[in-house]
Design a binder for this molecule. Structure first.
Ligand code: INI
Length: 158
C-alpha cells in the first residue's frame, strides 16, 4: 500500500457553496433532515451565507430543481432531502425511482456532487427513526457525503 497514491476528500465545508433542495411532502420528517444537514455543514466549517435552501413540492420535482441548480455552477455541492413513504402512496416505486435516477443523472451530467438524503421507507415511524432519532440523521449523512465529494473533486481537478 505504501506506493499507492490515495486521494481522499476532506470533511471541510469552509468556503463551500452548498445548495440544499428539500421537498415539502412529509414535511415533519424533511424538516429534521434539513436540521441535520445544516448542523453538519456548520460543524464542519460551513457558513450560512454560503448555503441556499430551495424548497420543492415533492420528491418528483427535485430532479428539475437539481438540474437548474447544478447547471448554474453556483454550488460546489448540493444536498437532496426528502422522504418517500410506501404506506402513503401506491406509486412509491415510481416516485422513489424517478427521484433517485434524477439525482444520479444530474450529478454525473454536471460534475456536481449531490448528497442523497431522500428516505425511501415503508412507514412514517421508519422515516422518523432515520431523521434524527434511533437510526441517526440521513440529512446529516448526505451533507457529509456532499462535503467530502466536493473536496475530492477539487483535488481530482487540480
Ligand atoms: N412526494 C414525496 O416527496 N414523498 C412521498 O411519499 C410522496 N407520495 O407519497 O406520493 C410524494 N408525492 C408527491 C410527488 O413527489 C409530487 O410532488 C406530486 O406528484 C406532484 O407532482
Amino acid at each position: 500500500m505504501q506506493n499507492i497514491t490515495t486521494i481522499r476528500g476532506d470533511l471541510d465545508a469552509r468556503d463551500l457553496r452548498v445548495g440544499i433542495v428539500a421537498a415539502r411532502f412529509n414535511e415533519l420528517v424533511v424538516e429534521s433532515l434539513i436540521k441535520g444537514a445544516l448542523e453538519t455543514l456548520r460543524s464542519h466549517g460551513g457558513s450560512d451565507k454560503d448555503i441556499t435552501l430551495v424548497r420543492v413540492p415533492g420528491a418528483i420535482e427535485m430532479g428539475l430543481a437539481l438540474e437548474k441548480m447544478a447547471a448554474s455552477r453556483k454550488y460546489d455541492a448540493i444536498v437532496a432531502l426528502g422522504a418517500v413513504i410506501r404506506g402513503a402512496t401506491p406509486h412509491f416505486d415510481f416516485v422513489a425511482g424517478e427521484c433517485a435516477k434524477a439525482i444520479g443523472q444530474v450529478s454525473t451530467r454536471h460534475g456536481v456532487p449531490v448528497g442523497f438524503g431522500v428516505l425511501t421507507v415503508d412507514t412514517i415511524e421508519q422515516a422518523l427513526e432515520r431523521a434524527g432519532s434511533k437510526a441517526g440523521n440521513k440529512g446529516a449523512d448526505a451533507a457529509l457525503a456532499a462535503i467530502e465529494m466536493a473536496s475530492l473533486l477539487r483535488k481530482l481537478e487540480a
